[in-house]
Design a protein around this ligand. Structure first.
Ligand code: 4AZ
Length: 285
């Protein structure tokens, strides 16, 4: 595979608009645009192949952006997940070149143009020490300590690597038709380590990555701008007051988006759960 097609640039609407989107991004998506990205027939093409997130569906879903002028929509470049009232889990590749002062978190509204968006400064940043070790994109996780708590329900972390059936991912990334102001979500089939290693020979570190996507048909996936955001097990009890979803992974990389044979790759939370707890314990002192 041509390495240049491996998309792991942090890029959102604002960054794309500001810098002039890398040709790379659109080249990867062109294939999608011509295909009906809609195997189930339920939705128009969105996250890729998904639909609008509803209020309260994923309260822990946040946007990561740059401080400064402009709307949250214009400044968002990655996703993140609230795992404690003042801690956000995101991808290392979203923040590896940033200082805490270069980052803000957008919570409280799924529409990034809404007046309800709450912007919170980042006070501290921890990038996984073993990011890119043993291979590129291994251990793609980072933690943000917020300057103040957010009024958001956190999600629990997966503790054991498991085989799943369907997972859900969400974010403000490219839909194949541009960057949405309202977060999108989509159901993605879990892909076994074996099938993922076969899809990306020598590029999958099963000890820290998991894969999801429709291997046969494509059409559903995360994409540029979704990086750092969650992939979750679905709710098991819609009426529960407590979240029954679990954070299974972090949007990390893939070849193109929603292409058959090229699943999305995610940092596998259960594999670095203990390392996350250690950082949290240090911050709590
Ligand atoms: C990215 O660059 C990205 N199709 C995120 C997810 C995927 C590919 C690229 C998975 O943010």
């Amino acid at each position: 595979m041509d390495r240049k097609r491996k998309h792991l640039i942090r890029l959102g609407a604002g960054v794309a608009a500001g810098l002039g989107a890398a040709a790379l991004t659109w080249a990867g998506l062109a294939a999608n645009a011509e295909e009906p990205a809609d195997p189930k027939g339920d939705f128009e093409a969105q996250i890729i192949g998904g639909g609008d997130v509803e209020d309260g569906q994923y309260p822990w879903l946040v946007g990561l952006g740059s401080p400064g002028e402009g709307t949250a929509y214009e400044r968002q470049f990655c996703g993140g997940t609230v795992i404690a009232e003042d801690v956000v889990l995101t991808a290392a590749h979203c923040v590896e070149d940033s200082a805490a002062a270069d980052l803000v978190v957008f919570s409280g509204a799924i529409d990034l143009e809404s007046a309800d968006v709450v912007e919170t400064a980042v006070a501290d940043l921890h990038v996984a020490e073993d990011y890119n070790d043993p291979i590129a994109m291994s251990n793609d996780w980072a933690l943000l300590k917020l300057a103040e708590p957010v009024d958001v329900e956190p999600i629990g972390l997966a503790t054991e690597p498991e085989e799943y059936d369907l997972l859900e991912t969400a974010g403000w990334g490219d839909t194949g038709d541009g960057f949405p102001t309202t977060a999108q979500w989509v159901e993605v089939p879990f892909v076994s380590d074996e099938d993922c290693e076969a899809a990306y020979p020598d590029e999958v570190d099963a000890a820290s990555m998991l894969c999801a996507g429709d291997l046969e048909n494509g059409g559903v996936d995360s994409c540029q701008g979704d990086s750092g955001g969650p992939i979750m097990s679905p709710a098991t009890d819609e009426d529960s007051d407590e979240p029954t979803q679990v954070l299974v992974g972090i949007v990390s990389w893939g070849y193109g988006c929603a292409e058959a044979g090229n699943p999305g790759v995610y940092g596998e939370v259960a594999d670095f759960n203990d390392a996350i707890d250690e950082v949290l314990a240090g911050w709590a002192e």
